[in-house]
Ligand binder design. Structure first.
Ligand code: FAD
Ligand code: DHB
Length: 394
């Protein structure tokens, strides 16, 4: 079998790309290692930048998102157990949107399924070959049979643990990584959000974040050890710790049944080049950011915006200009996401090896941020998202 595009991975990046290409009549096959149910229930991102929301709407898959999302005009910063609201809407005219990654994935995979798009689930890609030639092949396993498909382009949208990045020759692929000495203990709770917007709290016992998924569901995080043992965190201990770190006089944390707990180690990682021959990487397959600032999925969508524009130009106008620019443009934007995410992580978390001077300077920086409008404008611009370089003509 030969198709124009093979997409490895049906996460947010792979499924959105397949859907956009489909809107312009460009055929693709999507290979996904896990089951559809597994992908749709993966609880991860919650915050979407305006451009990511606009891309879903432009692609015709934003109806439920528009109805069910929660718009946040800004964020609250917690410091010295006081809450400071940064009004992004007032500062720069843009806020952020809350819509769970699991809902987004259901919308995309549901839209593809409704049109019988070829998405093969439980079909791991096992090898990507011939990317330096004109017709690369992807080997995969499906229903107990080893199969192979050839194409014009392979898209590696298979996340951090995927194989596509490794198809770039070792002498060419460069990787950069920073592993943090802490992680996030995350919980989902049947409790109405205790703030109208997300709240980022610096506290001497560690960072804490209050977020949400709906008017009835809170998403809460605590800085913890990267290998924290969840068995040591009964619900009562989690609520007490959240109270301590998030608290402020006169404010109360809504509690409710905790129905999910997870630990995420924090990591910054990126690889370059983002394309080689006929392989193009997008999303977590090429870059991971620590979640402070919610850039991962948004960065994946920015990649998809450029890559879909590039492939549409290539297949409908025989014009490879954007495709040739993809690796450079996508990397440049991603480096800014990396810079913001690592900086934002350092701003709020307690580094176990920091000395008293460094800790005091960290607090001084936050004191400056909550009091200085110019730095708030810069923060707001970065938090709400940098522009996309190219938009697909859908
Ligand atoms: P993935 O979602 O990793 O999808 C890749 C897919 O490829 C997977 O389905 C995988 O099964 C499949 N795959 C892997 N290997 C193969 C193979 N060999 N063959 C076939 N398929 C394969 N981002 C934000 O923007 N906002 C947030 O608020 C936010 N919060 C987060 C909170 C947490 C706790 C975490 C962990 C992450 C958060 N992120 C957030 C990051 C976001 O979840 C990721 O950046 C996003 O999932 C990336 O999408 P992707 O499609 O590139 O990769
Ligand atoms: C989430 C919210 C954030 O503001 C963030 O920076 C990371 C994650 C969330 O809701 O999951």
């Amino acid at each position: 079998m030969h198709v124009p595009v093979v997409i490895v991975g049906a996460g947010p990046a792979g499924s959105l790309l397949a859907w956009i290409l489909r809107q312009r009549g460009i055929e693709s096959v999507v290979l996904e290692r896990k089951s559809r149910e597994y992908v749709e229930s993966r609880i991860r991102a919650g915050v979407m930048e305006k451009n990511a929301v606009d891309l879903m709407i432009k692609a015709g898959v934003g109806e439920r998102l528009k109805k069910e999302c929660m718009y946040h005009p800004g964020v609250v910063i917690g410091l010295h157990n006081e809450h400071h609201f940064l009004d992004f809407d007032k500062l720069i005219g843009v806020g952020v949107t809350i819509y769970g990654q699991s809902e987004l994935t259901k919308d995309l995979l549901g839209a593809l399924a409704a049109e019988d798009h070829k998405v093969f689930y439980e079909a791991p890609a096992t090898a990507i070959e011939g990317i330096e030639g004109d017709s690369p092949t992807v080997k995969y396993a499906h229903e107990g049979v080893d199969k192979e498909i050839s194409c014009d382009f392979v898209i590696g949208a298979d996340g951090f643990h995927g194989l596509s990045r490794h198809a770039i020759p070792a002498g060419i692929l460069k990787t950069y990584e920073n592993v943090y000495p802490y992680g996030w203990l995350g919980v989902m709770a049947k409790a109405p959000p205790s703030k109208e917007v997300a709240m980022f709290c610096h506290h001497e016992r560690g960072f804490a974040l209050l977020s949400m998924r709906s008017p009835k569901i809170s998403r809460l995080y605590l800085q913890c050890a990267p290998d924290e043992d969840l068995n040591e965190w009964p619900d009562e201990r989690i609520w007490e710790e959240l109270d301590t770190r998030l608290g402020a006089p006169g404010w109360e944390l809504e509690r409710g049944e905790i129905f999910q707990k997870d630990v995420t180690p924090l990591r910054s990682f990126f690889s370059q080049p983002m394309s080689h021959g006929r392989l193009f990487l997008c999303g977590d397959a090429s870059h991971i950011v620590p979640p402070t600032g919610a850039k991962g999925l948004n960065a994946a969508f920015a990649d998809v915006s450029v890559l879909s524009a590039a492939l549409i130009e290539y297949f409908t106008k025989d014009d490879a200009t954007i495709l040739d620019r993809y690796a450079g443009v996508a990397l440049a934007r991603n480096l800014q996401c990396q810079r913001f995410s690592s900086g934002n992580t350092a701003k709020y978390h307690i580094h176990p090896d920091s000395n008293p001077f460094e800790r005091r300077m960290q607090v001084a920086e936050l004191e400056y941020l909550v009091s200085d409008e110019t730095s708030q404008i810069s923060y707001a611009r970065q938090h709400t998202g940098l522009p996309f370089d190219y938009w697909p003509e859908i």
